[in-house]
Design a protein around this ligand. Structure first.
Ligand code: GLC
Length: 721
């Protein structure tokens, strides 16, 4: 039974001064004071731009002291910190807040725990390819246990931004292009992070992000404008955020972008009308980093004061690191431009999450023994390995080149096979390269006959004494994630050249892809006999990849995002509309002169070491739902798992509808020769959509139901609704 803190919140609020109220809305991170006069972000940019080396960056960081603004903290001007991933530092700051400020209101510690804290699991885009909510919840639980031991109270996750454009770097951070999968992924993560009782010491509040439609940025460019029909906003993006709210997420982070000209940061239609009124959310709304101040750059606020006013009035409770609220709100309230009751509302939301987390009763992470023993345990490594194995997607396996024989002599080429630091992907702040096991290390641990060449040196010599050659290619982790959009998503020249050279040796070649987004790899798809998509798979990268390459595990991953044939096809996604002239061979159809209209690998696709066949499909109209059942058989020689996918197409509607929409999926374990039934209940409500005037209307007329192992499924039955 959820406790009610409202009386305690009101009592505390009544004692607070205006300055103390404003202080509760301030979140800051440690800033760096060092022998250099640039900010941390600028230093990071200098490293990414190559103006300084990684070693110079580390040296400069080593000389930096972290300034935690302790004088402001003592003065009650700080309510929260971002990025304190260490319980000793957190406890030290918490002690100041609790014992040295007038009211002793505890601090809230936020941190980006996106896919693991110390036990880094596969990037979300990878883990989503497992199509397994129970797994997503399980890895969320591991992350919460570790992060809370380090003093974290709130994670800025799950990210559930539906992403249909592979040029966008943050496609790595969510569950791909489908809204149902993002919804299920987000809800599972919320449950994993928060557990069953938010006051427990190993529970942390989930902050769904980025609200809303951040993945729809024009041209796939990060932070870019989102110009979207309200129909598509509500049909293809909002359900993922709503699922997280329904799962009990206690915080929301509005997105950097505007939607149809109004930045989410100051968008009251989103933050008040939808989030508070329509969805009944009473948790915390915290800005993205510096986003309030950036409303001046957006061109929606004339200065920081105007931005602070608009943001608070729109429903933004806490200001992450822009200092807009602490600099401007006092004067705005005293001048009457912002009613104090609006400020009180925001403070109540901050106090509420602190009460819900039990911070007034147990403000400190006192169990230091837990912190020293709970990180990177065998159990959490085993879960990371399970998640990594299930995230791998077998894209091609000509002539059953895979699985390899246990005594196969292999030659491995490419730095990604040995570079442990690359395995953790773009969003693992607490990651330590030494925690990761690379492919090369895993080979050594298993005693596999393996010769390794980082750059292809001695290729012919190695090829001559190898049975199979493995190319580890794709993207460095810095090439995906935030502020990492790419205008060309083909494999880079060096990697392509390496693969061509390996093919030229005449030996069988296996490509293992390490990447944070779909890549346009038509040449690999055509010429390489076996391709395994490994993404950035986390601390257990090497063992998981070898589990699949050597057949200890039968791969079951299925793509949750389309692999285009060319960058120019982006945005490319399975749930597209048909148009009046569907892309085909004849001239006057919707197609390209210089590229196909089909992807290289479609949504939902993934091979197995066995084969599956689908039997009779039954579709029945029930009182308020469509009932779908199908038999699926394992027709191969070994046990495996098939993710049975159920798609619908509303053939003739009041607005054109996608040719396919995922409405259900079920991962079915099948022994060799076994047959099972899979079933889906699709409530009519989940088939409704919006007309031109935004009236929600039912699906009527012919509905086609497709079932199969990917989004090209052809087994179909029609039902009339
Ligand atoms: C970043 C990201 C956001 C993250 C925040 C705090 O800019 O947009 O996802 O949670 O800053 O680190």
């Amino acid at each position: 039974m959820k406790k009610n803190y409202e009386e305690r919140i009101r009592t505390l609020l009544s004692k607070m001064t205006l300055e103390e109220k404003i202080g509760q809305l301030q979140q800051c991170g440690p800033s760096l004071v060092g022998a250099f006069d640039v900010s941390f972000d600028e230093l990071l940019n200098m490293m990414f731009d190559g103006r300084i080396t990684r070693e110079e960056f580390d040296r400069l960081m080593g000389t930096a002291e972290q300034d935690f603004h302790e004088d402001d903290l003592r003065a009650g001007k700080i309510g929260s910190y971002n990025g304190i991933g260490d319980s000793a530092a957190a406890n030290r700051l918490q002690k100041i807040a609790v014992e040295e400020t007038r009211l002793g209101i505890p601090l809230l510690f936020g941190y980006d725990v996106i896919h693991g804290f110390r036990t880094v699991t596969p990037i979300p885009l990878a883990e989503s390819c497992a199509w397994e909510p129970k797994l997503w919840e399980k890895t969320g639980r591991v992350a919460a246990k570790e992060a809370t031991a380090a003093g974290v109270h709130l994670t800025f996750a799950p990210m559930v931004d539906v992403a249909k454009d592979a040029r966008w770097g943050r496609v790595s951070e969510g569950a791909g292009e489908d809204v149902l999968l993002n919804a299920d992924y987000g809800a599972a993560k919320v449950k994993g992070f928060q557990g069953d009782d938010l006051t427990k010491e190993d529970a942390m509040a989930a902050c769904l992000k980025h609200f809303a439609a951040y993945g729809a940025g024009e041209a796939g460019r990060d932070y870019n404008r989102v110009d979207l029909s309200v129909q598509r906003l509500w049909e293809e993006y909002m359900p993922a955020y709503k699922a997280c709210i329904d799962a009990g997420a206690r915080a929301v982070m509005p997105a950097f972008n505007d939607i149809n000209g109004v930045p989410c940061t100051v968008n009251s239609r989103l933050l008040r009308d939808v989030l508070r009124e329509k969805w009944g959310f009473n948790g915390l709304v915290i800005s993205d980093s510096n986003a309030i101040a950036e409303c001046v750059s957006h061109g929606i606020a004339k200065d920081k004061r105007d931005a602070a006013k608009q943001a608070l009035l729109a429903g933004m409770d806490m200001d992450m690191s822009s200092n807009s609220y602490v600099e401007c709100l006092k004067e705005l309230v005293e001048s009457g431009e912002v009613p104090e009751r609006v400020l009180d509302g925001a403070v109540e939301n901050v106090l509420r999450i602190k009460f819900e987390l039990g911070l007034f009763d147990h403000p400190y992470q006192t169990n230091e023994e837990r912190e020293s023993v709970c990180m990177l345990t065998e159990e959490s490594r085993a879960i990371a390995r399970e998640a990594a194995v299930k995230s791998l997607v077998l894209l091609k396996n000509e002539n059953h080149i895979l699985p390899l024989k246990s005594d196969a002599k292999i030659g491995i080429f490419g730095s990604l096979a040995a570079d442990k630091g690359q395995m953790t992907g773009a969003w693992a702040i607490g990651a330590r390269p030494e925690d990761c096991v690379s492919m090369v290390e895993a080979c050594q641990e298993r005693g596999i006959s393996c010769q390794y060449s980082e750059d292809g040196k001695d290729m012919l010599k190695i090829a001559a004494s190898s049975d199979v050659l493995i190319a580890a290619v794709g993207e460095m982790k810095e090439e995906s994630g935030e502020a990492a959009s790419r205008a060309d998503i083909t494999l880079n020249r060096e990697h392509l050249a390496l693969v061509r050279d390996l093919l030229a040796t005449g030996k069988p070649v296996v490509v293992v892809l390490f990447n944070g987004r779909p890549l346009a790899i038509p040449e690999l798809a055509e010429h390489v006999p076996a391709i395994l998509e490994a993404w950035h798979p986390g601390v257990e990268a090497g063992p998981a990849i070898l589990d699949v390459l050597f057949g200890d595990v039968n791969p079951s991953g299925k793509l949750t995002t389309t692999f285009p044939a060319a960058t120019g096809q982006c945005p490319m996604y399975y749930a597209h509309i048909n148009t009046g002239r569907p892309g085909g061979k004849s001239k006057f159809t919707s197609k390209y002169l210089d590229a196909p209209v089909e992807p290289v690998y479609p949504f939902g696709y993934g091979l197995s070491y066995t084969t599956f066949a689908y039997g009779e499909l039954k579709v029945e109209k029930k009182e308020d739902a469509v009932w779908v059942s199908v038999s699926v058989s394992n027709t191969g020689e070994r046990d495996g798992e098939e993710t049975v996918q159920c798609y619908v197409q509303h053939v003739a509607a009041k607005r054109v509808r996608p040719v396919r929409q995922l409405k259900g999926y079920e991962k079915v374990g099948l022994k060799a020769g076994e047959t099972k039934e899979a079933g889906f209940m699709i409530p009519f409500a989940e088939l409704s959509y919006y007309d031109w005037d935004m009236n929600k209307i039912p699906c009527e007329g012919v509905l086609r139901v497709y079932v199969g192992g990917d989004s090209r499924a052809e087994l179909m039955e029609e039902v009339v609704l």
